[in-house]
Write a protein that binds this ligand. Structure first.
Ligand SMILES: [Ca+2]
Ligand SMILES: [Ca+2]
Length: 365
């Protein structure tokens, strides 16, 4: 088709008037429109990624693309359908594996750091749960037990280990309860990710991602995350280079460009926790169990015989009705012989008012 022939079909309608463009002007206009369409298509792919809904996977370069705008620490993810849970590995609360469909959302590239949390506290004078309690949980490797460490809080993460005690702004903030994490995200005009969003983000578009970096614990013969090597709790060999916390993004990001989705610190999710949730959870944008279905401290004690991982007995004075909240991703204390929490489908939980030396968070939007 030559230019004249094209021009015959190229009409612009302005105020109900149609007119023909001369051939050369028509050619220029066609080029402008073609470039505009190309730009819009590329912008759309960058923003939302190239999604293959038939397979439930995400392809292409969506991984490391940062969300546009003010917040360079977030990534936009396209959503879509993915397989949540794991029928072949892990505890029974990860079953059944089921397809979940999510709307597009944004999520922080890394765990919230001390630097970020410090800004929040300076601007709001927020007092954390640990500061109000005057204690927080620290794992005592000598006693091989969690102890309430007086004076431990986000500014003093390791009161018992002098060598690691110094405040590092690039470390993930720890000793923050779910309440503290939710308050930070609200202040940042964000929110905590749902458990489904967190798992989708951790799997990075991989169909069978046991770990955020793939199927194998040693991808490329290297440690891909900060967790516990050796037999927990007897020996921490630190083969991954870190005995305790690591500065955020010390290890390669996953395919979505997200750091430390496995290990370093557990991350609070918005959802309440129920070990039976996957039996009846909605298939689209699940938000966690209803309050009456969420496990509380009192329920946890009744089920003590069946408990595992972090769902341990708590002192019930005043906290019997406090709900458990989901936390994900494991920490520097997670080992293969215990919870292996750094697996993408591993579920952890704790009372929403408690704080620990290995639990932090990241926000979503
Ligand atoms: Ca480690
Ligand atoms: Ca983490």
């Amino acid at each position: 088709m030559d230019n004249d022939a094209v021009s015959e079909h190229f009409r612009l309608s302005i105020s109900n008037q149609s007119f023909m463009l001369p051939a050369h002007k028509h050619y220029v206009a066609a080029k402008i429109i073609a470039w505009t369409l190309l730009f819009l298509a590329v912008a759309g792919i960058i923003r939302y990624g190239w999604q293959d809904r038939s397979s439930g996977t995400v392809r292409g370069k969506t991984s490391a693309v940062k969300a546009s705008g003010q917040d360079s620490t977030q990534t936009g993810l396209p959503g879509g359908t993915f397989l949540m849970g794991n029928d072949r590995a892990g505890e029974k609360d990860q079953r059944p594996a089921h397809l979940v469909t999510l709307k597009p959302f944004k999520i922080d590239i890394h765990e919230v750091t001390n630097r970020q949390f410090q800004e929040f506290v300076e601007k709001t004078h927020y007092e954390t749960s640990a500061e109000k309690n005057a204690w927080s949980y620290v794992f005592n490797t000598e006693w091989k037990a969690w102890v309430r460490m007086v004076g431990a809080n986000w500014k003093n993460p390791y009161p018992a280990a002098a060598a690691s005690a110094s405040f590092n702004p690039d470390m993930p903030v720890v000793h923050v309860s779910w309440d503290d994490a939710a308050a930070y995200c609200r202040w940042a005009k964000k929110r905590l990710p749902t458990e489904a969003e967190w798992e989708y983000a951790a799997k990075g578009g991989l169909v069978d991602a046991l770990y955020p970096w793939g199927k194998e614990r040693f991808a490329g013969g290297k440690y891909q995350a900060n967790f516990w090597q050796g037999w927990f709790p007897n020996e921490n060999t630190g083969e991954d280079g870190f005995l305790f916390l690591a500065p955020v993004c010390s290890f390669p990001p996953n395919r979505f460009g997200l750091c430390d989705m496995g290990g370093n610190v557990w991350e609070w999710c918005a959802d309440g926790y129920s070990e039976l949730y996957y039996l009846r959870s909605p298939l689209e944008n699940p938000q966690g169990p209803l309050p009456e279905e969420t496990q509380t401290a009192a329920v946890a004690q009744l089920r003590l015989e069946k408990q595992y991982g972090r769902c341990t007995k708590e002192e019930l004075d005043g906290i019997a009705e406090v709900p458990y909240r989901v936390m994900r991703g494991g920490s520097f204390l997670s080992a293969e012989n215990t919870d292996a929490g750094y697996r993408t489908s591993a579920r952890g939980c704790q009372l929403q008012t408690m704080s620990f030396q290995d639990v932090g968070f990241r926000c979503a939007e």
